[in-house]
Design a protein around this ligand. Sequence first.
Ligand code: SAM
Length: 302
Amino acid sequence: MDFNASWRDAVERYPYLVQLPPFKTKWLYEAYEAIFAQVGRVRTVLELGMYQGGSVVLWRESLRCRVIGIDLSVPPKTAELLERYVKESGSDNDLFCFWRTNQMDADALGEIVKKHVAETLDVVIDDASHLYAPTRRSFEILFPLLRPAGVYVIEDWTAGERPDFQSPEGPIARVVHELIDELGKAAWPIQSIEVRAACVSIFKNPAGSPVLRQLLPARNRVGESFNAQPNGSSALAIACSDASLESVVMFDKTPLVTTFGSAELLTAVVPQDLLSRAGEYEVFVRQNGIESNALRFVVEAK
Ligand SMILES: C[S@@+](CC[C@H](N)C(=O)[O-])C[C@H]1O[C@@H](n2cnc3c(N)ncnc32)[C@H](O)[C@@H]1O
């Protein structure tokens, strides 16, 4: 995808667009080429931070998908040109601009996504405040609404190095550091985080990719059972997300008889012989060939 060429073509067709160029560098365009090549079919892009509106037009022109823009400011002078573009390009149903809307406003964002996303929310781009708190909050609101294998991009995550992007909570880069830490703890269904100088892209787990949160119980003593079953085996409950009927709980590489309670709860039967030696054992879920994160089950010596 050549975003420069898309923009040139757009300006040729709608010459007044020259007054609202996207605020994107060549490094961002390179990054987006790689990101969009990985994300599959894009039906809806939501961008936080529109400024003059150039970037939302660019996404609409180059991806031909639905585009939703959000910005805290009142409509800028270029808003009239944006409206003209929407009419002339026949984008009335595919380009929506929400001014005076804070990227931290969970109710407003939730309502906009509910009403205006076309089938799936595939890509979120945060090019708004470049401050820690609003960036973190938007991620918390919007990442759960992103489709599986969708991508959440945070632009200009190094802005905290500049004097005009200081805040008491610390720099925007703190969000990136936290998400990397939280990736280790499987706090979010994140498959990968790609860090570039121009932006960070956070890819959501593909569909059917479970994330384990807690084992209940998480420890036991050698030879003892827990939630004892009639045959002497033990029943292990697993709090998780995105489990399915295909989920199989693995205990130290041994598949267990698994019962699907809900996407958030599995139970598995642990035979007594697996609890006969002290040690730490990895528990994870296998689902349609995908493996979840692993949690540790401790069998203590007597
Ligand atoms: C860098 S500009 C966006 C540039 C645009 N995405 C482009 O590429 O052409 C940042 C915009 O974010 C908006 N903004 C700042 N803080 C915001 C917040 N808390 N919520 C929503 N928008 C915000 C500003 O009003 C500004 O228009």
